[in-house]
Write a protein that binds this ligand. Structure first.
Ligand code: B16
Ligand code: MG
Length: 215
């Protein structure tokens, strides 16, 4: 029986994929580095600096750590500008509000477990900054997914044993993290074919609160 549900943010609660893509494309174009949507898919759930390393596989020169920080900052500044002008509650993904309200009504704790350091900004921008019992994100961890740290911290914040928690994820790295942390996993979106998940659905409108609790 599930007592707490930990939601990944990007790709589960809200769709920021296109804005991440535009941010990285802006950086890559400024450096003349080839970047496309297929490469962008590999960045799902991966931390900012690890994402940059994936993009730099196509670079023709090597970059110092200092230059890498500058490139990541260039992307993030552009991305933050896009978040503030383009993101709203309209970008909340299908089924999310029903599931959050249903879990709350059933007495199940809800938390965020995201790799993103922009989590507080994103939650505020979509009007969900007061909705969760706890938020664990890129600002309170040292090891990114597939390491389970972000989810273990979320479980700790809501006072639950990891085995009583269900993680909802759209990334392979996130499903790995949930399993490494001893939690159950519901795969949605891009992770739907991941065989390690305990349950899979196209999006949260295709799953009932009871199905989640009974896992
Ligand atoms: P930031 P999630 C992840 O969020 C995104 O899926 C991934 O594409 C991004 O690189 C990562 O956050 C870091 O984001 O640059 O905002 O710190 O899916 O774990 O909620
Ligand atoms: Mg995600």
């Amino acid at each position: 029986m599930v007592k707490g549900v930990i939601f990944d943010l990007d790709g589960v609660i809200v769709s920021t994929d296109e804005l991440h893509y535009l941010g990285w494309k802006h950086m890559a174009d400024s450096e003349g580095i080839y970047f496309d949507r297929e490469i962008n898919e590999r960045l799902r759930g991966v931390s900012r600096m690890a994402s940059l390393d994936i993009i730099l596989e196509k670079a023709t020169k090597t970059y110092t750590d200092e230059q890498k920080v500058a490139l990541a900052t260039l992307k993030n500044d552009y991305y933050k500008q896009l978040l503030s002008t383009r993101l709203s509650s309209k970008d909340i993904l299908p089924g999310v509000m029903n599931v959050l309200d249903g879990l709350k009504a059933a007495g199940v704790k809800i938390a965020i477990g995201s790799s993103s350091k922009n989590t507080p900004t994103i939650l505020k921008q979509i009007g969900l900054d007061k909705k969760f019992d706890a938020v664990s994100d890129g600002n309170n961890i040292t090891n990114s997914k597939p390491d389970p740290e972000v989810f273990l911290k979320a479980a700790q914040f809501i006072g639950l044993d990891p085995k009583d928690c269900l993680v909802v994820e759209d990334a392979e790295a996130g499903i790995s993290a949930a399993k490494a942390g001893g939690m159950k996993a519901l795969a949605v979106g891009s992770a739907i074919t991941d065989k390690r998940a305990d349950l899979a659905a196209a999006d949260l409108s295709m799953v009932s609160v009871q199905q989640m609790i009974n896992l």
